[in-house]
Design a binder for this molecule. Structure first.
Ligand code: PHE
Ligand code: ZN
Length: 907
């Protein structure tokens, strides 16, 4: 686990492998303390690469035997690599047999083969396979796998691996009784990061389906006995995913059997191993009593995401890990589109888009402005695990989305058909290969000759090579005499680590124009004979101007509709302009955005005034009235109203400031919330009454939106009640908490009491724990809610420290560690950034404690301090001391070391 000096791996240093591995035949004797792995490979030299020794990766393995073509051979160790210098010369294939053992029950990193709740699981992406056997652990080496699993039958009745089960049966009895085996053959070649095995006491929900082409498939969702009643939604999501990929992209399921297995010990969300997806229980298990609407939505999108990887990631994989976004950005784009299509109606699609953009802007923009900023295709890394980031995933998805926008035509205004054609060409060219982001972009462009993407492909690809969030400035000039409106767009991009100067990006800017009374104006570019309600400009240079003709009065521009590019828009609109967009914009994204910007502008004005914030109104009467109109609007969706009436987060407000005083940001947001709660009290009461009854639970977008709005109303009512001393409303909320027919309503009520700081919160928390003490995922929510609660006189940290002692807490379980420690350090700025530095001390303790157990999880926690250099004093100096305290530890993992040294270099 502890390596020597970490060295950075460079994209520019890529060379093809010196050997290919054609087939792999693995036999496992599964034993928690000592699993034996026999690895028989057939290799040959890569004729395109100069002859050289074979260097196989391995980590924490005990090597017992190496045979070449059945006979002994000489070998040596070089660090973690097994080096074979005397292999047969020439280009004929040869056999290599390696016998090793490993210790799964001691594997707390959860990479490679590990034990969780008495069952065996594997995680190989990115470089976990080398913890199972010696191998060329790189994604461009694709092999055919045959896997035999042997284990005690009573403890491990279910034995799974990739592909098809070809044989199973009894073995001779072992010391613990009967043993058995199962043999699996994967019909598809794959890189080793997609290998998986599972063994244990599991039960499955099964479903047979017939694809469009008439082939039959078996879908299975495996869970621990007792969890079967929480698998229906995952299975429904899987069936919908299979149907969607066939309908939208013509991509069918290419396996007889597709399996999902849930485990409660998992570093990430889920993993797309070929035919055998392994999932964090959080993204599989749900029933109305234990899971919220958000859980149901996440399960649908993660099940979709992993399933869609079967083509984008598995059939065509990455040449090297610098190309990670080739599969992740594309697959996130696909899962976002899937969720939108599942949501159905235009308004529900827009809600999903707003939610996705909110994540991008609060998390990815912050990453792009901090010490871990990196391009969608990084140039170098120390530890690849640190690059499973929102930049690779979410910004990568935006890059793919822009490609779709840029292949649009008059008859295909969204670019869907052009993009689908591009996908088809991508598979025609590269199916079965390990390729690069360039290959993908080239295929989409080549399939759409003459498109803006094809014309500007080289400039477009700066999105892959340059980090940082571009700024897009827009200024409009109206000429009344000529009835023209001229829009000038210009772009710039701030420096990021290792990249001082940036070349222009290709930025698609979808826009509309509104008259000041809110009517949509037709857009007619000078020189064009056509007018349309909406248009997409494509900015390819530092600056450009566009003239629109036949405009009768000075318009309000609605720019970057649907968030058509991942940029910061600076259009100089004032409050009056934004109020017009909030009331009338036909683009729901920009309508929502106008409200957010109005709230943000008010916040920034207040924060920069040097005065006490408590009790001062921050939002103007006009804004409060406009928000009331949205809340009471007769036709807008409840889900949209919930988003529109939710204040920008503390982290998002902080991101707009050069120097951040987290306590001041918190006080300000609390003040705004209290103002909205009090000023709209009657409206919140109406909203709660009108949306709280939704009949039998169903996770559909419409009823989920109603529950979300009723939840926001409850919180606002409790906030106002705590202020006014009214005891009736909190009592009713407590009653709803007790009577709720589903977890969403129950948790929203609990959260309203906790967030408002009402005295009933303590009783409610105790009762909640009692009701759900045997539901691990619900107990995670219980920890997270308390760790993320608004700080009142420094009360959160003592509570977090106390919860660390709770019998249900465990540092070893990543979900539990995240629910308590991450919720506090990353999601509760005011609780965490304390003037006495106690939050930072806690953070450094937990990073070090976690690093000894699980470096990947520790490195994620380390990132809670990414933006320390922008903090006001005394926070800034205290944060630096804490980071230095971690850096001083000599045996840090590479994972944590990389994050910490980048953070320190930001000073
Ligand atoms: N490839 C997984 C996904 O995005 C994420 C993952 C990465 C899971 C590394 C585990 C380890 O779907
Ligand atoms: Zn993925």
């Amino acid at each position: 686990m502890r390596e020597g000096q970490p060295t950075a791996i460079q994209l520019a240093a890529y060379t093809a492998p010196a050997f290919w591995i054609d087939t792999v035949d693995l036999t496992f004797d599964l034993d928690p303390a000592k699993t034996r792995v026999l690895n028989k490979m057939r290799l040959r030299r890569n004729p395109d690469v100069a002859a050289q020794p074979l260097r196989l990766d391995g980590e924490e393995l005990n090597l017992a035997r190496v045979l070449v073509n059945g006979g002994g051979t000489s070998f040596k160790m070089d660090g973690n690599q097994l080096v074979l210098e005397n292999l047969p010369e020439g280009h004929d294939a040869f056999d290599l047999e390696i016998f090793t053992t490993c210790n799964p029950e001691k594997n707390t990193q959860l990479m490679g083969l590990y034990v969780s709740n008495e069952s065996f699981f594997t995680q190989c992406e990115a470089e976990g396979f080398r913890r199972i056997t010696y191998f060329l652990d790189r994604p461009d080496v694709m092999a055919s796998y045959t896997v035999t699993l042997r284990a005690d039958k009573a403890k491990y009745p279910v034995l799974l691996s990739n592909g098809n089960l070809v044989e199973q049966g009894a073995l001779e009895d072992g010391p613990n009784g009967p043993r058995h085996f199962a043999k699996w053959v994967d019909p598809h070649k794959k890189p080793c990061y997609l290998f998986a095995l599972v063994a244990g006491q599991l039960v499955a929900r099964e479903q047979r389906i017939v694809s469009r082409s008439g082939t039959e498939h078996l879908l299975q969702v495996f869970v621990r006995p007792g969890d079967l009643d929480k698998t229906e939604h995952a299975m429904n999501s899987l069936m919908a995913s299979v149907a969607w990929d066939e309908a939208r992209f013509g991509l069918p399921l290419d396996l007889e059997r597709f399996m999902i297995v849930a485990t409660s010990d998992f570093n990430m969300g889920a993993m797309e191993n070929k035919g055998l997806n392994i999932f964090n229980t959080k993204y599989v298990l749900a029933n109305p009593a234990t899971a919220t609407d958000m859980d149901f939505g996440n399960i649908e999108s993660v099940v979709g995401h992993e399933y869609f990887h079967n083509w984008t990631g598995n059939r065509i994989t990455c040449r090297d890990w610098f190309q990670l976004s080739l599969k992740e950005g594309l697959t996130v784009f696909r899962d976002q589109e899937f969720s939108q299509d599942m949501a159905g109606e235009a308004s529900a699609r827009a809600v999903k888009r707003i939610e996705d953009v909110r994540v991008l802007r609060t998390v990815q923009f912050a990453e792009d402005a901090g010490p871990m900023a990196h391009p969608v295709r990084p140039d170098s890394y120390v530890e690849i695990n640190n690059f499973y980031t929102v930049t690779i995933y979410e910004k990568g998805a935006e890059v793919v989305r822009m490609m779709q926008t840029l292949v649009a035509t008059p008859t295909d205004s969204l670019g869907r058909d052009g993009f689908a054609k591009g996908m088809k060409l991508y598979f025609d060219r590269h199916d079965g290969q390990a390729v690069t982001c360039d290959d993908f972009a080239q295929a989409i462009a080549d399939a759409n000759p003459g498109s803006a993407l094809a014309l500007h492909l080289d400039t477009f690809k700066h999105w892959y090579s340059q980090a940082g969030t571009p700024r897009l400035q827009a200024t409009g000039a109206y000429n009344a005499a000529e009835r023209t409106y001229t829009l000038t767009l210009s772009q710039s991009c701030p420096a990021t680590p290792d990249q001082d100067r940036k070349a222009p990006f290709v930025i698609p800017v979808t826009l509309g124009l509104l008259s000041r009374d809110g009517a949509a104006l037709p857009l007619q570019l000078a020189g064009s004979s056509e007018a349309a309600p909406q248009h997409t400009l494509v900015l390819t240079e530092a600056s450009a101007s566009y003239s629109f003709v036949n405009i009768d009065s000075e318009p309000v521009p609605s720019l970057l509709r649907g968030f058509s590019a991942p940029v910061v828009l600076e259009d100089g609109l004032n409050a009056d302009d934004l109020l017009i967009l909030l009331a009338h914009d036909s683009d729901p994204f920009n309508q929502w955005e106008a409200g957010q910007r109005l709230m943000l502008q008010s916040a920034l004005v207040a924060i920069q005034q040097n005065k006490d914030l408590t009790g001062q109104p921050v939002l103007s009467d006009a804004l409060v009235a406009a928000l009331r109109n949205v809340l009471r609007h007769p036709t807008l969706d409840a889900a949209f109203k919930d988003l529109a009436l939710t204040l920008p987060s503390e982290n998002y407000i902080a991101d707009q400031l050069d120097v951040v005083d987290p306590q001041r940001v918190h006080a300000l947001r609390e003040t705004m919330r209290l103002q909205l709660a009090s000023a709209l009290q009657a409206d919140w009461q109406w909203a709660w009454d009108a949306h709280k009854n939704n009949g039998a639970y169903s996770p559909d977008a419409k009823s989920a939106g109603r529950r979300a709005l009723s939840g926001l109303a409850m919180t606002m009512l409790c906030v106002a009640a705590v202020q006014s001393g009214d005891a009736v409303t909190p009592g009713r909320v407590y009653q709803q908490f007790k009577d709720a027919g589903n977890m969403t309503d129950r948790f929203n009520a609990l959260s309203a009491l906790v967030v408002s700081g009402h005295a009933l919160a303590q009783d409610a928390l105790a009762l909640f724990h009692k009701l759900f003490q045997h539901e691990a995922l619900v107990i995670d929510k219980w920890f997270a809610l308390q760790a993320g609660a608004p700080d009142r006189a420094g009360d959160v940290l003592p509570r977090v420290r106390q919860l660390m002692q709770h019998p249900d807490f465990s540092l070893r379980n990543p979900n539990r560690a995240r629910s308590l420690i991450f919720s506090y350090c990353s999601a509760n700025p005011a609780g965490f950034h304390r003037a006495d530095a106690a939050g930072y001390v806690y953070w450094s303790e937990q990073v070090l404690a976690l690093d000894a157990i699980n470096p990947q999880v520790a490195a994620r926690l380390a990132r809670a301090m990414d933006r320390w250099s922008r903090l006001a004093e005394p926070y800034r100096s205290a944060a630096k001391v804490a980071i230095e305290r971690v850096a001083a530890k000599t045996d840090l993992s590479n994972d944590v070391r990389e994050v910490i040294s980048r953070a320190l270099s930001a000073a």
